[in-house]
Structures are given as C-alpha cells and as structure tokens.
Design a protein around this ligand. Sequence first.
Ligand code: ADP
Ligand code: GN1
Ligand code: MG
Length: 376
Amino acid sequence: MGVIDTEDILKRVASQFQAEGSMEELVPYGSGHINDTFRLTCRLSDGGCKRYILQKMNTSIFKNTAELMENVEKVTSFLRKKIIEAGGNPERETLNLVPAADGRTYLESEGEFWRMYIFIENATSFDEVKKPEDFYNSAVSFGNFQRLLADYPAETLHETIMNFHNTADRFANFKKAVKEDVCGRAKAVQDEIDFVLAREKDTHVICDALAEKRIPLRVTHNDTKLNNIMIDDQTGKGLCVIDLDTVMPGSSLYDYGDSIRFGASTGAEDEPNLELISLDLGLFDIYTKGYLEGCGGSLTKEEIELFPMGAKLMTFECGMRFLADYLQGDVYFKIHREGHNLDRARTQFKLVSDMESKWEEMTEIVRKYSGQALEK
Ligand code: ADP
Ligand code: GN1
Ligand code: MG
C-alpha cells in the first residue's frame, strides 16, 4: 500500500466520525506500543481549530473490539459524572469519545476498527520523568483514578485481555516461547532466560493473594506508565488518565507496580546502556506517597505491604513479555530497531536486580507512608 493510499484511507476513515469543521491535517502521533495513533486538526467556520485523536485499534491484541469499546464507554461515562459532581471539567479530565456518523462509539472499515477522541489541549504525556513533581502528580492522579472507580461494579466490565497481569500464566507462556524458539534466538540470550527461570516462585505471589482473597479485586487501569497520563501544562498536575483499553478487574498492585517500573527507573525502558539503569529510590518514595494520597485511604494494609513486590513483579513480568516477544519474532510490541525488544527486556531485568538489592529501603519507604495512609 502506497503512502498516498494510506493517507486516503485515513482521511476517508476520519471523515466518517462526527468531528467538527473541515479536515486540515492528519499526522501520526504519540509513542504507544500498541495502537496506531493519529492527530487530526480541523478548521472551524469561525477560523479556530479543533483537534482530535484518531486511533486504529490493535485487533490482533484486543480480539473483541465491541467489548473493549463497551468498557471504555461505560468507564468514561461513569468518570464524567463523578468529575461533574466534583466541579471538574469533563472535557479535559476524562477521555471523550467522538461518535461515528452512525452514532456508534467506533467504526469498522475494511476489517479495521477505528475510534476518535477529543484531543486534550494544553497538556502533555511524558515519555520520561523530567521533573520529580510530574511523577508525583501522576501518582496522585492514578491514585485518584483508583478511588473514583472504587464503587464501579467490577463484574460488569469485560476482561479485554485474559490473564493480562497473571504473572504465573505469563511465565508459562514465556517457557513455551523458549521451547518453541521459532526464530532460533534463544541460544544467544540464555543468560536472560536463566534470569527469568530462577524467579518462578515470585510469579505466584500476587495471583495467589488475589485468589485467596487476601487482597481485593478492584477496577484497575493495568497500564499505568507515565505516557498514559496527561499532565496539565499550566498547573503541572495530572489531568487525565488515558489509554483505557486495559481497564478491567485487577489489583492496585498492578497499577502501582507498573508506574514504578516505567517511571522510577533512572533510564528509558529501551536504554541499551544498562549501566544507566537502576531504581531511583527518591522517585520510588514520591510515587508511593502520591499514589497513597490519591487513593485516599481506600487500600488495605495487605495491599500496601505488597507494594515492593508489586513493583518488582510488574517489572519482571514486563521483561518476560519483551523477551518472549523477541523470541517469537517481535509480533506484539511495536519495534523501531533490531533487537529493540531485547534491549527492553534487559532494562527490566536490570531494574529487577536493582530492586532486589534495594529491597530493605523499598520496604522502609512503603512502611513510612502506610501508617499515614491507613490512619485516614
Ligand atoms: P497506545 O495504546 O498505543 O499506547 P494511547 O491511547 O496511549 O495508545 O495513545 C498514544 C499517545 O497518544 C499517548 O501516549 C498520548 O501522547 C496521545 N494521546 C492519546 N489520547 C489522547 C488525547 N485524548 N489527547 C491528547 N493526546 C492523546
Ligand atoms: C504497552 O499501550 P502501551 O504502549 O501504553 C502494553 C503494556 C506494557 C507497555 C510497555 C495492551 O503499553 O502492557 O507494559 O507497552 N500494553 C498492552 O511499555 O499490552
Ligand atoms: Mg499508551
């Protein structure tokens, strides 16, 4: 398919949504690993502009688009009501779907599935922590998100990816990928494979705690990396939690842990120089503080005690997923260079090792805030 054809398709798709004004520009946007995201600019009759996000959903990963969009629609409507009750601005503080011409929340065109959101203006999603305050503010927002959805009936949401954070299940899939070794890449990464295999015991900790009801099942986001939150350019505060594809029943430890994995590292997720990768305890501290503040006393003692394990397991799991994808020929995460998934896996394992060596400090930091969090 030529570039012109692609542009034509994009324009044709965009024109089938109820966006205001006339289409002026449509460009690839963002750095997500899953969906194809574009920014659409429309010219209004009064001369002003209105922008939108157009996304082609990844249907090889999300198999049931109707169910996924039902989740997004229900959760954003629920948040909208809560934001209005609290005197906030629902146009900016939650995602707003733009209906297709036929009134549906998404469009099916030539076997592809598309959706459109209002573009959140004057806000930024960061790919790395530039200022510790941004990370702290993202923590408060992800905590708030958890608190706002605390009374959402979890059983009414679809599981958009089965066993998404079931680390034991991920481990089984990892072993299968090693065994099959479809690209013949396993031999060269035996050290990394051994690193994973040596930690099988850990993979059960959170799923067992959930299964035995020692910690509660909650509505969680499940993909809480820093670039899935919009930070207000003016106030610097977390404004809107985005990328709601994986909102489903889960554990607060998934959300807390995934944010630490991505944001409390001293380097980028795909940094090739592992010497630059470690856990920044200062960032770990402020995220823990912010997340507990945002959750507003809604977490249990057992959940908070497992925070260090949440951070370690989400990092380990993600590393395992990157390495499995590398072994399977890079079929899941978008890659931008040769060996990209392997670099990503290595940063995650370096971070896991560093967490293991900083376990006491992590535990101490969590303890420092847990007393205050539970007193509320
Ligand atoms: P992916 O699942 O591929 O990560 P996202 O939904 O996170 O896709 O979108 C990719 C990027 O697009 C985000 O990181 C963010 O920068 C930008 N983005 C998504 N939705 C909006 C929005 N409503 N307003 C402004 N930017 C957005
Ligand atoms: C993917 O969609 P995005 O880029 O925000 C992935 C997460 C991983 C993350 C690693 C649906 O997130 O689970 O933690 O990449 N999302 C899905 O960067 O698999
Ligand atoms: Mg994203």
